[in-house]
Design a protein around this ligand. Structure first.
Ligand code: FAD
Length: 180
């Protein structure tokens, strides 16, 4: 299942959505699971449909649907949400104690459990939960936690066909700045 259904049952029969649109549990497109490009394609196709007299669509300014990413004051798409979230997650590891107490380690594990169940992109959250089942969080030190988070991020990079990050450099990227 690639989590990208293109049709959803509704009162008026199945609705078709452009490729890449991920639906939520309510059968409607899930904004935080879908890229802005695919999201804009929905409004574009609806606008086209409306002009052809087939669908009622919400007209959007063409400048909006041709932008590569959502305007800063719009709800985030899957990419903007992901970038902000990775910034938070890696920054948490960057400020994590080098020798955490048992209670600090419990907090880190608890945070990851809650995070994985609350993350707004449900397909991302499900995959992250699955990944954590075989990659138990390592929170015994800042370096362990930072590397574990880097590996978690790399698992998503691989899934999305992106470059893998060199995890020995996680601290340069997220704490100290680059050496050279
Ligand atoms: P990002 O991947 O957001 O990375 C931001 C910056 O982090 C990069 O510029 C780089 O400097 C640095 N970086 C990259 N890799 C690493 C690493 N391994 N360790 C340390 N630093 C690194 N999107 C989907 O479409 N489908 C998904 O299933 C999905 N699952 C996600 C699960 C989680 C838990 C999160 C937080 C995000 C998920 N995303 C998913 C979003 C996705 O990971 C990206 O955030 C999004 O595609 C934007 O990517 P980007 O290329 O701008 O950089």
């Amino acid at each position: 299942d690639d989590h990208t259904p293109t049709a959803a049952a509704g009162a008026d029969g199945p609705k078709k959505f452009p490729k890449g649109v991920v639906l939520g549990a309510d059968g409607k497109p899930c904004r935080s699971c879908t890229s802005f490009a695919s999201w804009a394609a929905i409004t574009k196709s609806q606008t086209k449909g409306a002009s052809a007299g087939t669908t009622t669509g919400t007209a959007v300014p063409s400048t909006f649907s041709s932008q590569p990413s959502p305007p800063a004051d719009c709800p985030p798409d899957v990419e903007a949400l992901g970038r902000s979230t990775w910034t938070l997650l890696h920054s948490i590891t960057a400020t994590y104690p080098t020798a955490p107490t048992a209670s600090q380690q419990d907090n880190a594990r608890g945070f990851l459990r809650s995070f994985a169940s609350l993350y707004p992109c449900w397909v991302c959250a499900e995959d992250f939960q699955d990944w954590m089942k075989t990659n138990t969080p390592r929170v015994s030190s800042r370096d362990e936690f930072g590397r574990w988070m880097c590996e978690a991020h790399n698992a998503v990079n691989v899934k999305l066909g992106k470059d893998v990050f060199e995890c020995s450099r996680w601290e340069e990227r997220w704490r100290t700045g680059w050496k050279d």
